[in-house]
Ligand binder design. Structure first.
Ligand SMILES: Cc1cc2nc3c(=O)[nH]c(=O)nc-3n(C[C@H](O)[C@H](O)[C@H](O)COP(=O)(O)OP(=O)(O)OC[C@H]3O[C@@H](n4cnc5c(N)ncnc54)[C@H](O)[C@@H]3O)c2cc1C
Length: 377
């Protein structure tokens, strides 16, 4: 199993890292305050191909492996976790098209999305159906010339400014998860899609999440792929997406760990740097150890994603890396003392931003369920 990027991939990673450090990191605090990542920032990321990292060359992507992609997602999150969430939500949408749509739909939709000329959102969660999306109530009914889609989706990243949203809806209420299908909704040109104001969130504040009500007529061509395949597609997409959540966890963990190491060298108590105190030194050792374990699990899951079944590996990596990120960011704040609690330092933002990694794309409880089921197979 190859856990390292190729030399060509390393060049791409370096290009993304340069933009992340030069453009993303300096605006991260302002994006958090403004509750918005500026569109120009996303354009700069698009210029180095970040919107298409999950796509093959023939559909406009760089055709890189998942290990290299995970490095790049980590670089983006290390600089600005909110931006990383915008980008990875876009990958959920484009992965749904890649895995679930027809060839014609892929060719029509994905090249523009790979370049960041269009932005996608992934609309699975509803007010009454989160961890168990089979309980969704959004309904799609056939009409003479297409579909009527009716329901409410909420907590959907990017939805309010997206060019397209992959919306999951019930097409056959008698068929359980085989009765769920995926639809392409273009909210800017489809009458009947109404957005509520973005939620007020604890972290990732530059990456707004929206509730929207849909009561709209869609053309026949809005059905993505085959009727009844939507749930399978959504689960495959989330298997992939969980590796990106793990990679984002690595990115913010790295930022917090670097900040803590530097602070512990500089901050003096009784004339000595605090890294000479065993309590602080051991914290750094534990943070490093969890970071390395999370890194290896994530890269192992990424390598597995390119070579076959990877449900167990992606759930394991997401569970461990998201929980490690919570530990590492909290300890990094602790090492900064009262300074860590102020907004003059990024530590409090790191703590807030990583909290969601244990909830979205399947909570830690759901990951444990997936892992334990896989072990008992
Ligand atoms: C910032 C943010 C961004 C998001 N982006 C998107 C997006 O782009 N697209 C999208 O579709 N959704 C998105 N979501 C929704 C997210 O995926 C859900 O919030 C998540 O799946 C949990 O669902 P829920 O909030 O309904 O919690 P619930 O499902 O109500 O869970 C409540 C609690 O019960 C636990 N629980 C549930 N089922 C079980 C079980 N079987 N065993 C043990 N414990 C269980 C959960 O772990 C949790 O602790 C986003 C949410 C947030 C906050």
């Amino acid at each position: 199993m190859e856990l390292e990027p190729t030399p060509d991939e390393r060049e791409l990673i370096a290009a993304v890292a340069e933009v992340a450090r030069g453009t993303l990191a300096p605006q991260a605090a302002a994006a958090d305050e403004a509750e918005r990542v500026a569109p120009e920032v996303l354009k700069t990321l698009a210029s180095v191909g970040v919107f298409g990292l999950n796509l093959p060359e023939e559909l406009g992507g760089p055709g890189i492996g998942s290990v290299a992609m995970s490095h790049m997602v980590a670089e983006v999150a290390q600089a600005c976790a909110a931006t990383a969430s915008i980008i990875t939500a876009h990958y959920l949408a484009t992965d749904a098209i890649l895995l679930g749509a027809t060839d014609e739909q892929r060719r029509a939709l994905l090249p523009a999305a790979a370049e960041g000329r269009t932005i996608g959102a992934f609309g699975l969660t509803e007010p009454g159906a989160g961890s168990n999306p089979v309980e969704m109530s959004t309904r799609a009914v056939r009409t003479e010339d297409g579909w009527h889609l009716k329901g409410t989706k909420h907590f959907i990243t990017n939805a309010g400014f997206a060019d397209f949203i992959v919306v999951f809806a019930i097409t056959d209420p008698e068929a359980g998860h085989h009765g769920i299908s995926a639809f392409l909704v273009e909210p800017k040109t489809t009458p009947g899609v109404t957005f509520n104001t973005p939620e007020k969130t604890m972290g990732l504040r530059g990456s707004p999440i929206y509730e929207f009500v849909i009561d709209a007529h869609l053309p026949e061509s809005a059905l993505l792929g085959t009727e009844g395949d939507g749930f399978r597609t959504a689960m495959q997409v989330l298997d992939r997406g969980r590796i990106e959540v793990a990679a984002m966890s690595l990115g913010v963990s790295r930022a917090a760990l670097d900040a803590a190491i530097a602070w512990a060298k500089e901050r003096k108590i009784s004339g000595k740097p605090i890294n000479r105190l065993q309590d602080i030194a051991f914290k750094l050792a534990d943070m490093h150890t969890r970071f390395r374990a999370a890194w290896l699990l994530t890269m192992e899951a990424a390598a597995a994603r390119d070579s076959g079944d990877f449900t167990l590996e992606s759930a394991t990596a997401k569970l461990f890396a998201s929980e490690a990120a919570a530990f590492i960011t909290d300890e990094a704040l602790q090492i900064h003392g009262g300074y860590g609690f102020t907004r003059d330092f990024p530590l409090e933002r790191y703590v807030r931003d990583v909290r969601i990694y244990r909830i979205y794309e399947g909570s830690s409880e759901i990951q444990r369920t997936i892992i334990s089921r896989a072990l008992s197979k």
